[in-house]
Design a protein around this ligand. Sequence first.
Ligand code: NAD
Length: 271
Amino acid sequence: MTDSLLRAQDYSEPFGSLSLAGKVLLVVGGARNTGERIARLGAARGAKIVIGDILDNEGEAVAQTIRDAGGEAYFKHCDVKNEPECAALVAFVVEKFGELNLAANNQGYFQFLTKTENYPSDEFDLHMKTNAYGTFYLLKYETAQMVKQGKGGAITNTSSEVGLLGQPDMTGYSTSKHAVLGMTKTAADEYGPQNIRVNAICPGPIASLKMDENWHKMGDGYLKAMHDRVPLNRVSDPIEQAEVVLFTLSDAASYISGAIWATDGGKNTAH
Ligand SMILES: NC(=O)c1ccc[n+]([C@@H]2O[C@H](COP(=O)([O-])OP(=O)(O)OC[C@H]3O[C@@H](n4cnc5c(N)ncnc54)[C@H](O)[C@@H]3O)[C@@H](O)[C@H]2O)c1
């Protein structure tokens, strides 16, 4: 029995380490761009990695890159629209590494389409299935596994700037990313007593090969329009999103749960 609420701390080692040494990290949507950075930087910080994605060749290549650098990593095909595949992905993590400590639910489907009155219902469904249902299925099996282990854990979901704000022509994406925030806050409340932290990031525009392609096709006007939307006046590099995900998953964020991180260059403050 201690007579202080304060932790004994000798400061010889920094408390709240960003290190993920010994942790098992599942990265869903880890085959490219932000997810690839989460997986590779997570491995560099000491985590054992499982990547789930629908892009088999790219996902396997990321796992191989991590293994080549001396880390431990596996890839497993998982279409998050399918609940049994999400259950099987979590089971695969446990089969390979014995437990699941951390999860980044980063997968996303995005189409910029048209106003609500003309918005195709099957596209609305696809956004909801990948972004909302997919994250729900993953959360369901990840939290169940972490509760069973009884050692706590951390999960970070990826929403979007349009999970916080509306945006014309994007009702499917925006609705599905708003849903991610609801389930994040709910799970944080439900599993706080088990020391399972659940957070979300809301990225603004992230550089990608597709964005490069559009820039080369449409010229500098395209890029200027992208930059002008953001108070920091540029799009983010995927590593800038990955850094926040890995911070929220680390012990440095041990008192952060149910938090919504606007990783959008200040967009949430704008009109
Ligand atoms: N790119 C942006 O400008 C932007 C902005 C805001 C939010 N986001 C979100 O950030 C996250 C990462 O975006 P990004 O642009 O780095 O990545 P991306 O869109 O290039 O890749 C997302 C990954 O999810 C995977 N994925 C898609 N559908 C899947 C499914 N059904 N099952 C399993 N995996 C699936 C893809 O194969 C891919 O590897 C996504 O959730 C995205 O919605 C992106």
